[in-house]
Every structure is written in structure tokens, then in C-alpha cells.
Design a protein around this ligand. Structure first.
Ligand SMILES: [Zn+2]
Length: 440
């Protein structure tokens, strides 16, 4: 049997298989059941999250011999043809390579002919935002008044580039990124199907790397399965792909937390000598620090951390407070941005780890302000404290002082008024001198 990639082998064939897009699936099923079939659908969302799969399931639901039905049989001639991609009445067009107005005109002409053998003639146009403006305009007329047997399904990763005139004529569905936990479960199923053993830690890593795209997750899974020899472990992935695992990061960060720059820089050197790339180390360190921050805030879900919380060094977590860990994360995120323009990426990395060795002394601006405020309060409190007073009649002296102020205030005002009057005098005399200078 020929080898089939996991993403193709496990492509969803029913609405129920659409993991992470349950809302879309339910809404489509309901509209088919109630016979409210739109003439144009617009699917938007990130890549690899099921838009094209949903479009094909919808096509089957509409054209199945037993349909229109929310549960296409998958075995009739129409269903089989759509699954194979050979149905004459389900036309898939890649918007990225058919962007011109002529391509759309061709669609307009074809639309006039009824379907060959199916109930509906269905156009699935992927990456529809790539069409040119004139192509969109040509398309607009067709989707405004389509023949009753035509259904358009548009898919796009960039909804904001689709003209409002098109959007308003489509039934819109927003697809979401699939949560890490769900991607991991899908990978576990895929491994079981292939008879491959797979550790949770490894599958979580693949799921997180693919950032919510099931297709990317399956592709990476195939790659990892190919070198894993029947058992996928995080250690194998780490060694093969040159990652820096939690254990090694624990060792490095413990030196920093202990305030030993010499040890930290030696460990760092040994990692770089072993062939780990600087970018990889920066990115893995940033991930590691993020996990520390989550743990510090009481979050221990493995799907978020990527590893079990117990795997992270207790010493490091205990030594640094949340503000210091935030600081460490910002150092590494900044480093990731800076390193490509750097004179020496290695120096930058060493500088970052050297800074981490001083991190336990780091005080945030907010803490400095709080300290200054409390010192200020202390000092002004001392100033407000009762001063030793000269013997005599304190009340008298206070009222005297107030009286003196009262007298002084009108004096000031009078002076100011006088000053203003003088200014006006100057202006008017200047005006006079000017007017006298003008010849009549
Ligand atoms: Zn069928």
C-alpha cells in the first residue's frame, strides 16, 4: 500500500470530524436540515484549521445521493468523487493562481450550464482574497443573481482583504485556531492508528509548535515519526532537531539563579559547542521563562507549559519573584529581535545570561516608585511632626503671620495692576509714535 501523509489520511469526512470548529459544523448542519442553503459561503480563518475540508464536506452534504443531508453517506458515487477530487460538478479553484478577470469570466460563462449529474454545481475558491479588483467586480454580478443550482464556497486566510460588497452577499463563518489540547489528542489518535508509541510530552511539543494548525501538526508528526523508530519521545525530537530540553535549561538557569556567572557562561559554552544554534537556545529559553512565569502565577496545565510543572527547577522558581521573571522574559524577547542585527549574536546571548545572574537584585520601576513614595511619606511625616515651640502665645503669633500675609497679598495685586497699566502705556505710546510716523 502506498504511503499517505497523515494530513491526507486523516482529513475530516463528516461534520462531526471537524475538531475545534464545532460551532461552524453545527450551524451548517442546521441550515442543511432546515433547507436554508445559501448561494455563497465565506469561510475565513488561519491556515490549516479545516476550511477546505469543511467546504468539501458541505459539497458532499449538498450533492450526496441521499441528500441534501447533514450526514453525507460517503459511499455513493457523488460522495466518492468529491473525496477523490474528481467530481465534475465540484470545481476547486486556487484564488492565488487564478487572479485575473479572465479567470472569473470563464467561471461566469460556465455557471450558465447546469450541473452534469449532481444536484448542485459547487465552486470552491480558495485564497479568494488574492483575486484582483476587476475579478471581484466580475464575480459580484454572478453571486448577486446566480442560477438556482450554483453554490459558491469562498475560503480566505485574510478576511480584511475581501471587499465588503462580496462579504455582504455571503454567509460568513469564522474558523478558529484549534486548542493545543485538541491537537495533541488528534496526534495521539494518529499515532495509535499507525501503531506508534508516543509520549505525551512529545505530542504536546508538536501541538504547540504547530500553533493551532492541524495540518502543520500532522506534517511535523510525520517528520518526527520518520526518525522515531516506533516510539516518539521528546528526547529523540530534542536530539534530532537540536532543541534544548527542560533538563538542560534547568541546569543553565540554576547557575543564573544562584548568581554564578562563571558557571552559567561555561554551561552555555558547552551547549553551543555541542551544536545547538544560538537562535534555538534563545527561543527555547524564552519558552522556558514563559513557563516559569505561568507556574509562578499558579498555572500548571501541561498543555500550556509544554511539560509537566514538576519538570521545572524548583530552585529557579523559588529564587526569582514574578516581576524578576517578567524582566527575564522581556530580556529574551528583546534579544530575539536584536540578535539578527548584532555584531556578535553570541556576545548578546552571553550578555543576557550574565544579566540573569544579577536578576535576583532587580527591582522594577514600580517597586522603586513605591519605595520613594514611602520614603517621601516618612520624611513629610517627620516634617509635620510637632516642632519644639518657643514659650509664649502661639495663637497670637499664628494670627499675626496670617495678618501679614493678608496685607501682603493685595500689595502684590496692586503691583501687578500697576505693571499691566505700564505695559499698556508702552503699547499706546508705541502706537502713537508709529501713527505719527505715517505720512498723511
Ligand atoms: Zn453520498
Amino acid at each position: 500500500m502506498s504511503y499517505e501523509v497523515t494530513a491526507t489520511r486523516r482529513r475530516p469526512q463528516h461534520f462531526e470530524d471537524l475538531i475545534g470548529q464545532e460551532f461552524v459544523a453545527e450551524t451548517l448542519k442546521n441550515s442543511i436540515t432546515s433547507g436554508q442553503i445559501a448561494h455563497a459561503y465565506l469561510f475565513s480563518g488561519p491556515r490549516g484549521c479545516g476550511k477546505t475540508s469543511t467546504a468539501r464536506i458541505l459539497a458532499k452534504a449538498l450533492n450526496c445521493e441521499k441528500g441534501p443531508t447533514p450526514s453525507p453517506c460517503g459511499t455513493c458515487a457523488h460522495c466518492l468523487e468529491i473525496t477523490k477530487g474528481s467530481s465534475l460538478d465540484v470545481i476547486e479553484i486556487d484564488g492565488a493562481s487564478n487572479t485575473s478577470v479572465n479567470d472569473v469570466r470563464q467561471i461566469k460563462d460556465e455557471v450558465m450550464f447546469p450541473p452534469n449529474s449532481s444536484r448542485y454545481k459547487i465552486y470552491i475558491i480558495d485564497e479568494v482574497h488574492m483575486l484582483s479588483t476587476s475579478a471581484f467586480n466580475a464575480l459580484l454580478k454572478t453571486i448577486e443573481e446566480p442560477p438556482p443550482y450554483v453554490v459558491f464556497i469562498f475560503a480566505t486566510t485574510e478576511l480584511q482583504k475581501v471587499p465588503a460588497t462580496i462579504k455582504s452577499r455571503c454567509q460568513q463563518f469564522n474558523f478558529r485556531l484549534v486548542p493545543v489540547e485538541k491537537v495533541k489528542n488528534l496526534l495521539a489518535d494518529a499515532a495509535k492508528e499507525l501503531g506508534i508509541q508516543a509520549d505525551d510530552e512529545a505530542l504536546y511539543w508538536i501541538a504547540r509548535e504547530s500553533t493551532g494548525s492541524i495540518r502543520d501538526a500532522y506534517t511535523l508528526f510525520d517528520q518526527v515519526a520518520a526518525f522515531s523508530d516506533g516510539h516518539i519521545t521528546y528526547e529523540k525530537i530534542r536530539d534530532k532537531l537540536g532543541l534544548v530540553g527542560v533538563d538542560r535549561l534547568n541546569e543553565l538557569f540554576e547557575k543564573c539563579a544562584a548568581g554564578k556567572p562563571d558557571d552559567a557562561l561555561n554551561v552555555l559554552d558547552s551547549y553551543l559547542q555541542s551544536g545547538i544554534s544560538i537562535e534555538q537556545l534563545i527561543s527555547n529559553s524564552a519558552n522556558y521563562i514563559r513557563s516559569l512565569l505561568l507556574i509562578k502565577n499558579g498555572i500548571t496545565k501541561e498543555s500550556l507549559l509544554g511539560n509537566a510543572a514538576e519538570r521545572y527547577s524548583a530552585d529557579v522558581i523559588k529564587t526569582w519573584n514574578a516581576i524578576q521573571i517578567e524582566r527575564a522574559l522581556s530580556i529574551f524577547l528583546q534579544l530575539y529581535r536584536d540578535v539578527r542585527y548584532s555584531l556578535s549574536p553570541r556576545y548578546e546571548l552571553e550578555l543576557a545570561f550574565s544579566r540573569l545572574c544579577w536578576l535576583s537584585q532587580y527591582v522594577s520601576p514600580a517597586e522603586v516608585k513605591a519605595a520613594v513614595d514611602s520614603a517621601h511619606a516618612l520624611l513629610s511625616g517627620a516634617a509635620a511632626a510637632p516642632q519644639p515651640k518657643p514659650a509664649g502665645t502661639p495663637h497670637q503669633s499664628v494670627s499675626n503671620a496670617a495678618g501679614a500675609n493678608d496685607a501682603a497679598a493685595p500689595e502684590t495685586t496692586r503691583q501687578e495692576v500697576q505693571q499691566t497699566a505700564d505695559d499698556q502705556q508702552d503699547v499706546s505710546s508705541a502706537a502713537q509714535s508709529t501713527s505719527s510716523g505715517i505720512p498723511h
